[in-house]
Every structure is written in structure tokens, then in C-alpha cells.
Design a protein around this ligand. Structure first.
Ligand SMILES: [Zn+2]
Length: 320
């Protein structure tokens, strides 16, 4: 029997133990290396692009020799104004990279020994940073499109006689959303949160190159795509895969997202569903990479992602 990838030594290249034994300087050096790879980890002024800077070592700050601008390794990035140590941020990234089905903020806060609200914002910043990988991606090969509904579960009434038919539209919660996945076989997974699955038609037109080939199920709204892309249809009441047509890769992505929402987050609001959806897509797309490679990816994404409009100062704006 072949060994599952996650059980192999190749999947484990980073240990929490090493992060904490390495200390703050080593963690800081990793952020510098991944922020300025083109300059061998030496500071580059974010304002003027000058590669020469004085290092104010005691404060881990730099002063640009050309324009005198003061900056740090996280200036202008999603980790700007960080309060946690680089070691703790790196440990959080390692823990999140290890969690193949995502991780609740409660658990992260326990692992790191930080407040829940700190872990909540940190995890969301990581999700936002990783989502930037596919922000501009256009798929051009064999793809699958499908949608799955999340959230807004209606609890059946205690008294049997008062229970309603939850399949009917009028009995559904307005909080329900559909996650639409556009997944390239052996490629990337793009996601969108919408109210109706039919909104996926527009999504496909935006994110697919005209050379792409598409697989979809029997839902009538996908008919529109037939005029634009070679479209294979699969009727799930007949088979999951027939004559080369299937949406199994998209289904496999939804399976991961369902386990993430059901097993870790339990309750996901419509407002943040797009971040969990993108995170699950990122995990699915990189599931064959070692945890060390995943952690490096997250740091690199975070060092190139701009300051978050949604998560910077979140708790100042949302006083509990
Ligand atoms: Zn400068």
C-alpha cells in the first residue's frame, strides 16, 4: 500500500520545537529573507526602492540612506503594527499550515497562549494573505464548476407538529450562501460566495480563459456557458463520472470545506465565509507540499500582501 503523503517524512520539514529553539532572531531573519528575497534578505526601502539602509538593530527598524524613511520588515504588509513576537507569528503560521482542515481561533489561542481575539485576527490575516495568491488567476485548462450551500441552518422545531419543510424557499434562512468553486484539474481552485449558484455563470466568464474546457452538473443555469466553452455535463442521478465528464475535484474541495466548517469553525457567518472558502481552496491546491514549504508560502504571501483594510485595528472598531 502506498503511504499517505501526510504520513511521509517529506511532508514534515518544519517543527514548532525548532521555531522556539531557534529564537526571535532566527524567526525575524526568516521574515526578512522572505520579504526581500531579491536583495538576499537585506532591507529595501518600501518608499523609494533604495537597497541601502541603516539598521537600527535594537528596535528592528531601518532608515533608508536615500530618503531617510523609517520602516520595519512588516511595514506596509498585512502584519504591520504587529504586537506578537516574530517567533509567535511564525509558530501560528506553522500551526495553521499543519491544520489540513483549518483551525478554530479558540484552538489557536490555546496553542499560542494568546487571547482569542488576537488569534482570531491573526488567523484571518493569514487567510487574507494566502488568498492573494489567486487574486488575478485566470484558468485556461480543463476545469470544473459547482456550488455548495453553507450556513443558515434552520433548526427543526422541538414539537413535531410545528416542524416545517426546510427544503422550501420560504422556510430557509436568509443567511444561507452558496460557495461556487471553479477548479482546474491539477491546477488552482477559485472561489466565490454568492446568494444563488447561477451567479457562477458570471464568475466563470470572468475567471476562465476562452481556451478553457469546463465540466458542470445538470443544473439549468450552466446551459448559458455552453455557448462560450466546450462544456461536458454530468448528471449526478445517473453517475458521478461518465465519459470523462465529472465534477469530482470540485466536490472534493467542498468536502474539505464542509469538514473545516463543521469540525473546526462550527459557525461561519456569511460575512466571513469567503475567507474560509479561499483558505480551504489554498489548502486543497497545496496539499502535496511539505509543512515547511506551506509556512514559507504563508510568510511570503503575508510579506507581499498589503495592510488589511478589514483586519487592521479590527478590535478597536469592534469593541466587545
Ligand atoms: Zn527610501
Amino acid at each position: 500500500m502506498t503511504q499517505h503523503f501526510l504520513l511521509s517524512a517529506a511532508s514534515k520539514t518544519l517543527k514548532l520545537k525548532d521555531i522556539y529553539q531557534g529564537g526571535e532572531d532566527a524567526a525575524y531573519a526568516k521574515f526578512c529573507t522572505l520579504r526581500w528575497p531579491e536583495n538576499d534578505g537585506e532591507a529595501v526601502c518600501p518608499r523609494c526602492g533604495c537597497c541601502d539602509a541603516y539598521s537600527i538593530k535594537s528596535r528592528r527598524k531601518f532608515e533608508c540612506k536615500a530618503c531617510k524613511h523609517h520602516f520595519s520588515v512588516t511595514s506596509g504588509t498585512i502584519f504591520a503594527s504587529r504586537k506578537l513576537s516574530f517567533m509567535d507569528i511564525l509558530a501560528a503560521i506553522c500551526i495553521l499550515a499543519n491544520a489540513a482542515k483549518g483551525l478554530s481561533s479558540v484552538q489557536l489561542s490555546r496553542d499560542l497562549g494568546v487571547q482569542y481575539r488576537t488569534a482570531f485576527v491573526l488567523a484571518h490575516k493569514v487567510r487574507e494573505a494566502t488568498a492573494t495568491e489567486t487574486k488575478e488567476t485566470i484558468l485556461d485548462d480543463e476545469c470544473e464548476i459547482d456550488g455548495a450551500y453553507f450556513g443558515g441552518a434552520v433548526r427543526p422545531h422541538n414539537i413535531e407538529a410545528k416542524r416545517v419543510d426546510r427544503r422550501l424557499k420560504e422556510n430557509r434562512s436568509p443567511k444561507r450562501r452558496v460557495v461556487i468553486a471553479l477548479r482546474e484539474r491539477n491546477g488552482r481552485t477559485l472561489t466565490k460566495v454568492a446568494r444563488r449558484e447561477a451567479e457562477g455563470v458570471e464568475f466563470a466568464m470572468e475567471r476562465l480563459d476562452r481556451t478553457a474546457r469546463l465540466n458542470a452538473d445538470e443544473a439549468a443555469h450552466w446551459d448559458e456557458l455552453e455557448a462560450i466553452f466546450p462544456l461536458k455535463r454530468i448528471n449526478h442521478s445517473e453517475a458521478y463520472s461518465l465519459n470523462g465528464a465529472c465534477t469530482n475535484q470540485a466536490e472534493s474541495y467542498f468536502s474539505r470545506l464542509r469538514r473545516m466548517v463543521g469540525g473546526q469553525h462550527h459557525h461561519v457567518s456569511a460575512q466571513y465565509l469567503h475567507q474560509y472558502a479561499a483558505h480551504a481552496a489554498w489548502l486543497a491546491d497545496h496539499c502535496r507540499e511539505s509543512n515547511g514549504a506551506l509556512a514559507n508560502r504563508i510568510v511570503r504571501n503575508a510579506m507581499t500582501a498589503p495592510v488589511s483594510r478589514q483586519w487592521k485595528g479590527y478590535w478597536q472598531r469592534h469593541a466587545a
